[in-house]
Design a protein around this ligand. Structure first.
Ligand code: PXP
Length: 238
């Protein structure tokens, strides 16, 4: 059964829209945990558009589950993560102008740089995940670089419909098995919601699903604790 990582960046988005102190993502992490979150994910962006440095250090001190820090593979983020010591880091590509993370990390064309970067994180006992597209070449390179996990990008699956969505789902399933054969632990995420999550959750041996937008959107109607519990039920009954 897959576990559920809840991404709380959107709580910080609301706060930052007024540059004030509420809503506080740290308080909402507590509610997500009460609802059954197995880990809390935050993306500290270079431009600090939502999550702030203060948030990640308070989360480190207060959450009872695991902290997954999403970040770009930069020197600034390396320094911060070595101080923070999250349970794991997920490396993502980051562009200033994007609304959310677009596309996976290009491990294949940055192998040398990433190998060194990952080993510097691992020397602080931080496990490292690569957010990648479901493409065998990227999976092979992730194994060679020394990542512990991969997170398969489900954004395309979420955007497609009908036959095209089915084809993308098969790609994610095959990629999962391919990566597990290489001893990688496989997570998945992006664009997953209450309608499309079950097919991904039912893939054998998928480790964790990382979900943000749909849970925070649902939370506006029913509260975060209940929104997380509903998602957790969908995941765990598959
Ligand atoms: N995984 C990664 C690597 C992401 O960048 C994001 C978005 O921040 C998510 C999962 C969650 O995506 P969504 O908000 O669409 O559920």
């Amino acid at each position: 059964m897959a576990t559920l990582g809840v991404n709380i960046d959107h709580i910080a988005n609301v706060r930052q829209s007024r540059k004030t102190v509420e809503p506080d993502p740290v308080q909402f992490a507590f509610l997500a945990e009460l609802g059954g979150a197995d880990s809390i994910t935050v993306h500290l962006r270079e431009d600090r558009r939502h999550i702030q440095d203060r948030d990640i250090f308070l989360l480190r001190d207060t959450i009872k589950t695991k902290l997954n820090l999403e970040m770009a593979a930069t020197e600034e983020m390396l320094k911060i993560s070595k101080k923070l010591l999250p349970d794991y880091v997920t490396l993502v590509p980051e562009k200033r102008e994007e609304i959310t993370t677009e596309g996976g990390l290009d491990v294949k064309n940055n192998k040398k740089y990433l190998k060194d970067y990952v080993s510097r994180l691992k020397s602080s006992n931080i496990e490292v995940s690569a957010f990648i597209d479901p493409v065998n070449e990227q999976i092979n390179c992730s194994g060679e670089v020394g990542f512990d996990f991969i997170e398969l990008h489900t954004g395309k699956y979420a955007d497609l419909k009908g036959e095209e969505q089915y084809v993308e789902l098969q790609k994610i399933i095959e990629s999962t098995y391919y990566a597990i054969d290489l001893d990688l632990i496989v997570n998945a995420g992006h664009g997953l919601n209450y309608q499309n999550v079950e097919k991904i959750a039912s893939i054998n041996n998928i480790n964790e699903l990382n979900i943000g937008h749909s849970i925070v959107a649902r939370a506006l109607a029913v509260g975060l604790e209940k929104a997380v519990r509903e998602m957790k039920t969908l995941i765990s009954t598959n």
